[in-house]
Design a binder for this molecule. Structure first.
Ligand code: SF4
Length: 152
C-alpha cells in the first residue's frame, strides 16, 4: 500500500528548522522474517508479493511538487523488499528525507550491502523487555538478534 499523509513527526528532527514535513508512507512488501502477534499488516514469511517499483517511483516524482519531502518505509520487513536500494536511491535523488522502520534482525546482512547510508533514519521497533518482546514476536531469539544488530 502506498499513501501520503501530512503529520508532525519526530522523524524530522534532522530537517531544517521550520520546514514543514509532508510524509509519503510506503509499505512496499508484506513479506517479513517474523510473524508477530500484534502485526497490524498481517505480514508473514509467506507473503512474497510486493509492490512494483515503477509506480512507486512515479508517485514519488509527482509528490515532490506537491511539497512532500519525507519518505517513510515500513512493511513487512523493508529490508526483504528486493527493490529497496533503487527505491531509496531515487528518493534521495529527488531530495526526500528517508526513514525505514525495521525489526533489525537482518541488519548485519544489510550492513554488508552498504544500503544503510541511503537512510537518514533507521527506526528499530522493540516491544518491551526480552521476554515480552520475544513473546510478541513469536520468536525466542528475536530480542537477542535485534539487540546485537542494533549495536553494530
Ligand atoms: S516485524 Fe513488523 S512487519 Fe514483521 S510481522 Fe512483526 S510487526 Fe509485522
Amino acid at each position: 500500500m502506498t499513501h501520503a499523509q501530512t503529520a508532525p513527526t519526530d522523524l524530522c528532527e534532522a530537517l531544517p528548522p521550520g520546514r514543514v514535513s509532508k510524509i509519503v508512507q510506503i509499505h512496499p512488501t508484506l513479506n517479513c522474517n517474523l510473524c508477530c502477534k500484534h502485526c497490524y499488516s498481517s505480514s508473514t514469511p509467506g507473503a512474497k508479493q510486493g509492490l512494483e517499483l515503477d509506480p512507486i517511483l512515479r508517485f514519488l516524482e509527482q509528490a515532490v511538487p506537491l511539497g512532500y519531502n519525507v519518505v517513510s518505509l515500513s512493511g513487512g520487513e523493508p529490508f526483504l523488499y528486493p527493490h529497496l536500494r533503487a527505491l531509496a536511491e531515487t528518493a534521495k535523488q529527488l531530495g526526500y528525507y528517508t526513514s525505514v522502520t525495521t525489526n533489525a534482525m537482518l541488519l548485519p546482512a544489510v550492513s554488508k550491502r552498504a544500503i544503510l547510508p541511503l537512510f537518514d533514519l533507521v527506526a528499530v521497533s522493540i516491544d518491551g523487555r526480552e521476554a515480552e518482546h520475544n513473546d510478541m514476536r513469536n520468536n525466542p531469539n528475536a530480542f537477542t538478534k535485534c539487540s546485537k544488530a542494533s549495536r553494530r
